[in-house]
Design a protein around this ligand. Structure first.
Ligand code: SF4
Length: 708
């Protein structure tokens, strides 16, 4: 009989960091459950966790490098593949300049320890300004607020959801996401506990989401108008003298500038555009300000709109003015065991601009909404080669069809990815890494965003397949080839610089390391396979601030200036043309990244890629529930089944993201059988927050009519 054993690890499929208890019989997984002894997730897991096993066993997963030939894909050896990619990148840079090679890092890179520890070396070796990542898809507004107000793009306040008495969520659906930019496994229990201790949950969203369903109050808001609501809330608090910054007042600058900046945004004036009555706005401001503790939190819906930068700033202004920043029950800063702040730039907004549309850089990257035009537009500096790491931007970035056309024109595209998906099928060379279950894991990023300080090390569950390479080994091998000087020495150093050693060093030098009673190291975490609890979030300001003089900048000039644009564009001009509907996305508990759609267990059941519409909007268009409808925007058209629901605000329609697997050449057989359509064949690459270049996915104007 095969040996049985139990393995503990952290699920790295989304931001929630759930602890898993995996029972094995030989090399077969017998059961995969939530680990009740994990001090952070306490036994919680969601249905997506099974995808870890499904990806590992997936017959569509590539296990050896592939080269695209006239006759299809051909297997090649690692040395040949790596030599070819590096040599061709270098040749293209010699002929066309450094910036002719670009890199795109997809969302899964932040969930991979190896990509976190070794990705930067590869990026530097490419020596290009054309760096893009999923960060500019939906989170730059958080980073701009953090940089300008607190001094570093990673000084991100996290809702202290376990102690708050008032949770205000805008454009966020934590019951589906289990928190985003707020790592909080077990959201159903955490929200139940909030209600049980007499706290209130208020959700502002154009859709009555799963989270809104359990809220005390749900307010429908017209897409892209959250900045108006937030400005009116701030104004009301100041006008009615409800501000109570408490000890924050000692190190906060700019209250008077904020007062002047929001003066134009009376609740009466924003009521029409937002769809929320003035008295409701005033009432919300009073409740928030008077709560024993309160926190305002906004996520994808708030960030992915033309005014996302301003909205995320005003959200933090609300937290500061009411004294809820850096106090239990408010928005707090974490103290992670491995501190990643040194790995990222402090910010750096608009140091450079894209060649074609002059969109600003942030944190050393350009916004991905500009990637296609940088490939397609001729002239000096045009992108001619691209490395995609763990990403599927054809499905995840605006106007994916245009990006797809652009990818087809590249001299060279290489991808570090286990799948031939909608993006990587355009690669000339595919470099597939090992799966999560074959690697060590430590969450470098998500401990920084977690609602409690903990630390956990996950050893590999399975040995890598013979000849397989981890992502970090691929990065190291490419880096050595791109920087061939002292190659033998580099190879020797690379053998020493494993992710495990780097994390061990980070733990020992960190705030719970050598010099503390915790004495954290990888070995100590291995002795504690469920993870170690390091306690609740604690007040840490002003010491942690990285602004000059360690002061909170409540009114950063760049954001105050942009608020004038909000007034000009949202309060002066009609934003919706007759007959148009505004398209928003939606998150689904059983989906996150597009490759999860190749797991039969995650796509089974009724079709989920449907267009949600309010019955009144359907009636005026003569449309019926279940029929196929045509959805058209400036950039494209899709056909999709219609689903009528009063959970959507009239005038708004919704499609989920990550679908659209019906393209030729994709080798994801389960996903192809549940293809759906891509919302990003409708979203517009021209629609961005001009302050940052973040894609404005929310509120794409569309027309819906009977399908063909
Ligand atoms: S919520 Fe689901 S996908 Fe996310 S970490 Fe937990 S089990 Fe994994």
């Amino acid at each position: 009989m095969a040996e049985t054993r139990v393995h503990f690890r952290t699920c790295n499929l989304c931001e929630a960091m759930c602890g898993l208890r995996i029972e094995l019989e030989g090399d077969r997984i017998r059961s995969l459950r939530g680990d009740p002894d994990d001090p952070f997730s306490r036994g919680f897991l969601c249905p997506k966790a099974t995808a870890l096993e499904d990806v590992h066993l997936d017959p569509d997963r590539q296990k050896a490098p592939l080269r695209r030939t006239a006759d299809g894909w051909a297997r090649i050896g690692w040395e040949e593949a790596l030599d070819e990619v590096a040599q061709r990148f270098r040749d293209i840079q010699v002929r066309h300049g450094r910036d002719s090679v670009a890199i795109y890092l997809g969302n899964p890179t932040v969930h991979s320890l190896g990509a976190m520890t070794h990705g930067l070396g590869l990026i530097r070796a490419l020596r290009t300004r054309n760096r893009y990542s999923a960060t500019s898809v939906d989170q730059l507004p958080h980073h701009l607020a953090a940089t300008t107000m607190f001094g570093h793009m990673l000084l991100l306040p996290v809702p202290d959801i376990d102690r708050t008495r008032f949770f205000l969520a805008l454009g966020a659906n934590p019951l589906a996401s289990n928190g985003s930019m707020m790592t909080a496994p077990g959201m159903p229990q955490r929200l139940k506990a909030l209600r049980a201790r007499g706290g209130r949950l208020v959700v502002v969203d154009p859709r009555r989401t799963e989270t809104a369903e359990v809220a005390d109050t749900h307010l429908f808001i017209r897409p892209s108008t959250d900045a108006l609501l937030l400005a009116a809330l701030v104004r009301t608090i100041l006008e009615e003298k409800l501000e109570r910054p408490g000890r924050l007042a000692d190190f906060t600058d700019g209250v008077d500038q904020v007062r002047a900046a929001v003066a134009a945004f009376s609740p009466e004036r924003v009521a029409g555009p937002t769809g929320i009555a003035a008295e409701v706005i005033r009432d919300l401001a009073r409740q928030f300000a008077r709560a024993e503790s309160a926190v305002a939190y906004g996520r994808v819906g708030l960030s992915t709109q033309p005014y996302g930068g301003v909205a995320q700033w005003l959200l933090q202004v609300l937290n500061v003015l009411t004294g809820n920043l850096d106090r239990p029950g408010g928005a707090m800063f974490t103290r992670p065991a491995v501190n990643p702040l040194g790995l990222a730039p402090r910010g750096g907004h608009a140091r450079h601009h894209t060649r074609v549309r002059k969109l600003p850089s942030f944190g050393g990257e350009f916004p991905v909404a500009a990637l296609a035009e940088e490939i397609l537009t001729d002239g000096p500096g045009r992108i001619r080669a691209l490395l995609v790491v763990g990403g599927n931007p054809v499905l995840s970035t605006p106007n994916g069809a245009q990006l797809e056309r652009a990818l087809g024109t590249l001299e060279l595209m290489a991808a570090v990815d286990p799948y031939l998906n909608e993006t990587t099928r355009h690669a000339h060379v595919l470099l597939p890494p090992t799966t999560s279950l074959e690697r060590d894991h430590y969450d470098v990023v998500f401990h920084l965003l977690a609602v409690r300080n903990t630390a956990k090390w996950s050893p590999p569950l399975f040995p890598p397949a013979p000849g397989a390479k981890h992502d970090w080994e691929i990065f190291q091998a490419l880096t050595r080839r791109l920087k061939p000087r002292f190659r033998p020495l580099r190879a020797a150093l690379d053998r020493l610089a494993t992710p495990r050693r780097l994390i061990d060093l980070g733990l020992r030098l960190g705030p719970y390391g050598w010099r503390t009673r915790h004495r954290l190291s990888v070995a100590k975490l291995e002795e504690n396979p469920h993870g170690i609890d390091l306690g609740p979030l604690e007040p840490s300001l002003p010491a942690r601030l990285m602004t000059p003089g360690k002061r909170i900048q409540l009114a950063p000039e760049v954001l105050v200036r942009d608020l004038a644009r909000v007034e000009r564009e949202l309060l002066s001009e009609p934003t919706v043309r007759n007959g148009e509907l505004l398209l928003i996305g939606r998150r689904d508990l059983r989906s996150n990244n597009s490759w999860m759609h190749n797991s039969q267990r995650l796509v089974k059941g009724p079709e989920r890629c449907t267009l949600l519409m309010h019955p009144d909007d359907a009636r005026t268009r003569g449309l019926a529930d279940g029929q196929r409808v045509s959805v058209r925007s400036r950039v494209g058209r899709v056909e999709v089944p219609l689903q009528l629901t009063e959970a959507l605000m009239p005038g708004v329609v919704s499609l989920p993201h990550g679908w659209g697997h019906g393209r030729a050449g994709v080798q994801l057989r389960v996903a192809a059988a549940h293809a759906g359509v891509s919302i990003n064949d409708l979203t517009d690459d021209r629609a961005v927050d001009t302050l940052l270049g973040t894609a404005a996915f929310s509120g794409t104007p569309v027309e819906v009519s009977t399908g063909s």
